[in-house]
Design a binder for this molecule. Structure first.
Ligand code: HSE
Length: 363
């Protein structure tokens, strides 16, 4: 059995990963060892075993596989020394630290299983989870990518608080609570302008330590650092990571857009404008999309279906990747639009990692 060391399993992505592994009985086929950067020596609450020190290279070196959801700083601190010490195991990482390295593969097996298998045959050892919006976009449009039908995509994102971290989710809820408390039970439509002016006044004093700006009742049109070309790093990732996952050089399929943080909890949404390489009937586009993988669901382009099935509230906590609002745009026959929603913690983070572990176990 492969000895698999888990680091960062108490955090948000790590906890979702462990939960999914328990649901799928994955622990039956591995020997798990739990590590921590702060709780070494304590008893692991998942399996009755002592927690190991995540900075102890000698302990880490005994593992066949290390799975880290601890974040980029941990990877930065430990990865090189571990490799320099001669460790040849598999490094599976949810952080972006090693994602674009030439000896790393971004894992999203419903899209790039062949590339994953080929790189395992070639002796590649670093398998890194992708950016959540990228993974969710690829799963929703997998059929179009597979059939080489996409010339370019504009992706406008509506990203949930969870993508920024657990503290952001709490801050969002605290902001909502403060604003919500300004509405008294007996308020009615006549007093809405009065309430609204209170809300506007209180917006300036909401807790914003994590987001840097109010997000409840508002949004933030910037995610991550600034790149030299004016994109945010999140927008830059859309292009480079997608092409890397597909095995292409950057810009082979052009992807660009604006990434926006909104007050959703854990589902990212995205609106696409897609230029296809050829004119295909909408009916065929829908079939190509829905036949690609078991999780993508084509939602009828009407109000009732969109409200019921195409919202963060409907998708949160599920593996479904609904895609709707599909139609041809008035710009021409090769232009379509679509809207998709996906759970940022499941398919956006934990699930590709869980599935990579299965791939290693089954080899
Ligand atoms: N970078 C993403 C976000 C989450 O900020 O929503 C991780 O992929």
């Amino acid at each position: 059995m492969l000895k698999m060391g888990f680091v960062g399993w108490r955090g948000m992505v790590g906890s979702v990963l462990i939960q999914r592994m328990i649901e799928e009985n994955d622990f039956n086929s591995i020997e798990p060892i739990f590590f921590s950067t702060s709780k070494a020596g304590k008893t692991c609450p998942i399996f009755d075993a002592k927690i190991q020190n995540a900075y102890d290279l000698n302990k880490l070196k005994k593992l066949n596989v290390i799975i880290t959801c601890q974040g980029g700083d941990y990877t930065k601190r430990i990865y090189k020394s571990l490799r320099n010490s001669g460790w040849k195991g598999y490094w599976i990482d949810s952080s972006s630290k090693l994602r674009m390295d030439s000896n790393s593969i971004i894992i999203l097996d419903p899209i790039n299983l062949k590339i994953i298998e080929q790189s395992l045959d070639l002796g590649i050892k670093n398998f890194i989870g992708g950016n959540c919006t990228v993974s969710l976009m690829l799963l929703s449009l997998g059929g179009l990518f597979k059939n080489n039908l996409i010339e370019w995509i504009t992706s406008m994102t509506y990203q949930a608080a969870s993508g920024a971290g657990s503290k952001h989710m709490i801050e969002l809820l605290n902001q909502m609570r403060i604003l919500g408390n300004l509405v008294k039970k007996n308020n009615h439509a006549k007093s809405i302008l009065e309430i609204d002016s209170k809300i506007t006044k209180y917006m300036g004093s909401l807790p914003i330590k994590n987001f840097g700006a109010p997000i409840a009742g508002s949004l933030i049109p910037w995610i991550d650092q600034k790149m030299d070309n004016g994109q945010s790093k999140e927008e830059w990732k859309g292009n480079v990571e997608t092409n890397k996952i597909l095995g292409f050089s950057p810009n082979t399929i052009k992807i660009d857009g604006i990434c926006v943080r909104i007050g959703a909890m854990r589902c990212h949404s995205q609106a696409f404008i897609i230029k296809l390489k050829k004119d295909i009937p909408l009916y065929d586009i829908e079939s190509i999309i829905k036949e690609h993988n078991p999780w993508v669901k084509v939602i009828k382009n009407d109000s009732n279906s969109s409200l019921k099935k195409l919202t963060p509230a409907a998708v949160s906590g599920t593996m479904s990747i609904p895609i709707g609002r599909l139609r041809k745009l008035s710009f021409g026959k090769k232009y379509i639009t679509a809207f998709t929603v996906g759970d940022q913690l499941l398919w956006g983070a934990a699930e590709p990692i869980r599935r990579m572990l299965k791939i290693l176990v089954n080899r």
